[in-house]
Ligand binder design. Structure first.
Ligand SMILES: Cc1ncc(COP(=O)(O)O)c(C=O)c1O
Length: 385
């Protein structure tokens, strides 16, 4: 089973590629915790492991699962989603031009506009839902990377991955996709022409709100930038720990079931909340009026994801009041866990955020959708008075 050929993603994930512990026959492999390894008589490391910062066997096993789920040539796990994303940018050179979305995960936008610029990257933000805006922003020969996030936090803006890949490649740039909200269950960016996929594995890949992790998966593991990313991970000391890698692998065994269930719940909630008197707008790519719906139908054929946002009648104060009144939803940041989370997003993102102040971001979990709706309905009713 290890080559991943012939089995569906659900099967590959459920069995973590079917690995058996060679020493004991255990159906769950052991956690490899050694940080250093015996050298051979000739001073070499014929078994392939020398030290725990560049590499770890448990981390490699989790990487193999993600590579299989993404249809990737290779995957590298990092100590967080931010460590994974920034490793790609740090593998570029000062003076390189990069494009990123105006609407995107706020901490990465913050890093790009401050640390990346300080380090010498030329960064422009573009409306990535508009391919003509992307095309106009490209600087052929200088733009090395186009970074997109789809669906993108917190408005769930959709970018046409195949269209963005054609534009990036036409100008000699790479396309990388933050696919955290879509997950490999609902979208496969590499099959649509992207060169690299990034996930905050902290979210739905792990799914249990108990691991911070990030991953990059690449279509061609022989490409120059991939070798550089491996160096960045090794020299910056950004590898994931073995215990986290094990927990992530355990979480991923159920990723297909969890994501499909949470996505169906989010879609159901989006439809119901669209008719709620205390909600003035629902942002969800599965709704026909969402600007990215037609593209989402093409590139997310099995569902539109577990994330949605609502705009509450009565503005920021009403949104805060509704968030304060929930009993079942957990009032917390993050997303992709089995428990549903609600968050007033603008107050987390701070100044410069494109997030409207009346917006609540919802991460649907796997609870009973009727319970989730009942709790929201009660919290929203009259929140604007
Ligand atoms: C879409 C997206 N990308 C990246 C990240 C960063 O991940 P981490 O918190 O694991 O660094 C997050 C975290 O919320 C996210 O939502």
């Amino acid at each position: 089973m290890e080559d991943g050929k012939g089995w569906s993603r659900r099967t590959l994930a459920a069995q973590a590629l079917g690995r058996i512990d060679e020493a004991t026959g255990g159906v769950v492999p052991p956690i490899h915790i050694a940080t250093t390894f015996i050298r051979d008589d000739d001073g070499g490391y014929a078994r392939g492991y020398a030290y725990g910062r560049p590499d770890n066997a448990t981390v490699r096993e989790a990487e193999a699962v993600i590579a299989a789920l993404e249809g990737a040539g290779g995957a590298l796990l990092f100590s967080s989603g931010m460590a994974a994303a920034t490793a790609l940018f740090l593998a570029l050179k000062p003076g390189d031009h990069v494009l990123a979305p105006k609407v995107m995960y706020w901490a990465l936008r913050d890093w790009l506009l401050t640390e990346a610029v300080r380090w010498g990257l030329l960064v422009d933000l573009v409306d990535m839902s508009d391919l003509s805006a992307l095309e106009a922003a490209m600087r052929p020969g200088q733009t090395r990377l186009v970074w997109i996030e789809t669906p993108a936090n917190p408005l769930w803006t959709v970018t046409d991955i195949a269209g963005a890949a054609a534009i990036a490649h036409g100008a000699g740039a790479l396309l990388a996709v933050d696919s955290t909200a879509a997950t490999p269950v609902l979208s496969r960016p590499l099959s649509l022409g992207a060169d690299m996929v990034m996930h905050a594995a902290t979210k739905a890949l792990n799914g249990h709100s108990d691991v911070i992790a990030g991953v990059l998966a690449v279509s061609d593991a022989g490409c120059e930038v991939w070798a550089h990313i491996q160096r960045v991970r090794k020299l910056n000391g950004a590898i994931l720990g073995p215990f986290e890698a094990y927990l992530l692998m355990r979480g991923m065994r159920t990723v297909d079931l969890r994501v499909r269930a949470a996505s169906a719940t989010a879609h159901d909630l989006a439809r119901r909340l669209s008719n709620h008197l205390d909600v003035i707008g629902v942002l969800y790519p599965g709704l026909e009026h969402h600007l990215g719906h037609a593209v989402a139908v093409r590139q997310m054929p099995d569902g539109f994801g577990h994330m949605l946002s609502i705009r509450v009648r009565g503005g920021e104060a009403a949104a805060m009041r509704a968030a304060a009144r929930v009993r079942l939803w957990k009032r917390a940041t993050s997303l992709g866990g089995v428990e549903s989370l609600i968050e007033h997003r603008a107050s987390i993102e701070g100044p410069g955020s494109p997030c409207p102040p009346d917006l609540l971001r919802l991460s649907a979990g796997i609870e009973d959708p009727d319970d989730l709706y009942r709790d929201l309905d009660a919290a929203l009713l009259g929140a604007h008075v």
